[in-house]
Structures are given as C-alpha cells and as structure tokens.
Design a protein around this ligand. Structure first.
Ligand code: ADP
Ligand code: SF4
Ligand code: MG
Length: 356
C-alpha cells in the first residue's frame, strides 16, 4: 500500500493549478478520455448565527463516462452539499465554496458564468431529489413544466416538444399521459410525481444524473420500481452519482462507491472491494449494520454513537469518537489516504502498518 494525501488521480500533475494554464489542466483531467467529472479538494462552508463550519472538507472523487457511482454515509455527513456543489447550486449565503476544482467534461465549472451554468444544469447535469415537489412547481400543470424545460434547452417547435414530453410520461409508466399533461403535481401520488421528475431529468439526455436520495420518501415497492425505471431509461453513456444512506441500493445500482463521514470522503473503491474488503472502520460499521448484504434494500441501522456536530469535528480523524480502534494519534492527526490497489483507498491509520 502506498500513502497518498490528496486526490484520486494524478495529483502531481495538478499540484499548482493557479499557476498553470487552465486549458492544459483541463486536457490533463480528461486524459483518460473517459473522465466526465473530477472534483478535487472541494471545501464548502456555511456561516450561521452560531459560527462557520465546513460541510464538505477537501472532498475529491471522479466519475467516468457511463459509470454509476454511489455516495453513501449517514445523515448530515455532507452528501447533499457535495452533490449541490457540482452544478454550483449551494445557496450563497449562507454557503460558500471555499476552495476546490470541479471539472465537467473538460470544462471548469468554478470558472463558469451564470449563463453557462444555467445551460449546463438540466441539459448536461440533471438532478433527481428526494422530494419531487422541490423540483416541480405546485402552481403549473405538468405538461407546461416539461415543455418549458425542453424549450429552454432544445431547439424544438412547441407542438413537437409537447408530444415529446407526453411520450416521456408514457415511457416512465404514467397511465393516460395525454390527460396527465394537464394535471397539477398535487393531483398525482408521490410515486407518480417521482416518475414525472425522472422523465424531466432524463428526457434531455444529460451526461450526468445526480440522484439525491431519490426514493427515500417512497414505499418499498415504489422504491424498487423507481430504481428499475432509472436503470432502464438511463442511456448507457449517461453517468450517475447516486446519493443514499442505503447500502443495499448502492450494491444494486453502482459500480463504484464513495463513503462519506462528517464532511470527508473516508473510503472509495469498486463495489466489490467496498463490500468484500472494506478498510475503514466506518465502512465496516455501515456494512455490519445491514442484516443482509444482498437481497433487499435494508435501511442502515445506527452505528453506536452519533455523527458529531459540524462545529465539533475532531482535530484528527473525524470518526475518532466512535471508532473501536482509535489510537493516540487519531485524536491529533488527520489520517492520510492509503492506496489499497485497484483504485481502492481509505483514510485510516490502521492501514499504515501494511504500507511500504
Ligand atoms: N443551507 C444550509 N444552511 C446551513 N447548514 C446547512 C445547509 N445545508 C446543509 N447544511 C449543513 O451541512 C451539513 C451537511 O448537510 P447535508 O449535505 O445535507 O448532509 P447529508 O446530505 O449527508 O445528509 C449538515 O450539518 C447540514 O445541517
Ligand atoms: S484513523 Fe484511527 S480513529 Fe480513524 S478510523 Fe482509523 S483507527 Fe479509527
Ligand atoms: Mg442529503
């Protein structure tokens, strides 16, 4: 194993981005030819009446074209903040992307003007949220909302766009699509609203879908249907970042997994490595909390203790207060990442013993 403190790609080549030509950096980031998204050292803070805290702390990861990546962790760990940062949707104030790089398909998101961001949101990056009514306006009929999204991003005659939207409602399994185009969101069940949101997210054929706990509010049967739908409707070249606290879901949906704890990514690797050879005590805790690893989407049970308040993150390892293996230096030093092979890496001092 080798130690690596920062990013999950060639960090040496990117050491001093400010001093380098951004275009050169961009082409390096896309060197593999298959890289869609690179997030590097992303730090997001919030300023509240009680003070300022970091909700995402030096978060680094990537998503390949066509890849499904799962971001897992307990509530409050910074998953949504990380996801919202990608299309720069962090409300500011109180939020602030303090530092970091976000490269999407060779483009520097942090350097984009608001019109460019507007264009990328929806067309190239679509979001599916837990709560459909956060994406659908309660005041407008579904057809009109879909039409507006289409006309904003695609050069299409109105009539054709209307028909296209109607076809998508049918595709996502909404009966009587012709009539439903005239319905208001509140006239549909939660599962149907979720289907509308999926149709809106997928109809523009985005390069990246960010699905943030997309089924948490739904019953188990509808959850399964929604995931089947996303799988079936998603084009092969479309990537997905799926945020969930449910390890069963990432097992079924994702090829690679990022584990987040208290504002930091603590482990990442292939689905198989994370499930069969987890390295970080937090990941092990998440997996042990599942009664069965396969065959069913089971809610995470609590790991003993609680995620600390972001105002009280420990100086060293953020998991230190809940970790059965905590050592002296875990209290004072943040653990670096250790490479475990095959792109599998974890930030825990326990791995230092096996490093070279
Ligand atoms: N708009 C906001 N204002 C203040 N704090 C926020 C805001 N959004 C998120 N946070 C805080 O940031 C931390 C991470 O939140 P979040 O990313 O939503 O966690 P997760 O999605 O993992 O449950 C939490 O402590 C949360 O309270
Ligand atoms: S670095 Fe220390 S406290 Fe943190 S997970 Fe590893 S052993 Fe536990
Ligand atoms: Mg969240």
């Amino acid at each position: 194993m080798t130690q690596n403190n920062t990013a999950d790609f060639n960090s040496n080549a990117l050491m001093d981005t400010t001093a380098r030509n951004k275009e050169a950096v961009s082409s390096e980031l896309c060197e593999s030819g298959n890289r869609l998204l690179t997030v590097r050292d992303l730090t997001v803070s919030f300023s509240t009446d009680d003070g300022t805290f970091k909700a995402a702390d030096r978060v680094s990861f990537h998503v390949e074209k066509g890849e499904n990546v799962g971001l897992v962790g307990e509530s409050g760990c910074g998953k949504s903040v990380t996801a919202l940062s990608i299309p720069r949707l962090i409300p500011s104030p109180p939020g602030n992307i303090e530092s970091g790089e976000i490269w999407f398909d060779g483009n520097d998101i942090m350097a984009m003007a608001s019109e460019q961001l507007q264009d990328i949101r929806g067309r190239a990056i679509s979001m599916i949220f837990q709560e459909p009514l956060s994406a659908l306006s309660p005041l407008h009929r579904i057809g009109r909302q879909m039409l507006e999204a289409l006309l904003l991003h695609q050069d299409m005659p109105k009539k054709e766009a209307w028909r296209f939207a109607e076809q998508w409602l049918s595709k996502v399994g909404i009966p009587d699509a012709t009539d439903r185009m005239f319905a208001y969101p509140f006239q549909l069940s939660g599962g149907m609203q979720q289907r509308v949101m999926i149709a809106m997210a997928l109809m523009l054929e985005p390069n990246l879908i960010i699905a943030d706990e997309p089924t948490t509010a739904l019953d188990v049967t509808t959850q399964a249907q929604v995931f089947e739908l996303i799988k079936a409707m998603k084009k092969k070249h479309t990537s997905m970042l799926l945020i969930t606290h449910d390890m069963g879901v990432v097992w079924e949906m994702c090829e690679r997994i990022l584990v987040m704890y208290a504002s930091q990514i603590v482990e990442s690797g292939s689905r198989e490595d994370i499930f069969s050879n987890p390295k970080h005590p937090y990941t092990i805790g998440l997996l042990e909390a599942i009664p069965k690893l396969t065959g069913g989407r089971t809610e995470l049970k609590d790991i003993p203790g609680q995620v600390p308040s972001p105002f009280d993150y420990p100086k060293g390892c953020h998991f230190e207060k809940r970790c059965a293996f905590s050592m002296e230096k875990c209290i004072t030093e943040p653990p670096p990442f250790y490479e475990c092979g095959n792109g599998h890496r974890a930030a825990c001092f326990l791995l230092a013993d096996s490093s070279g």
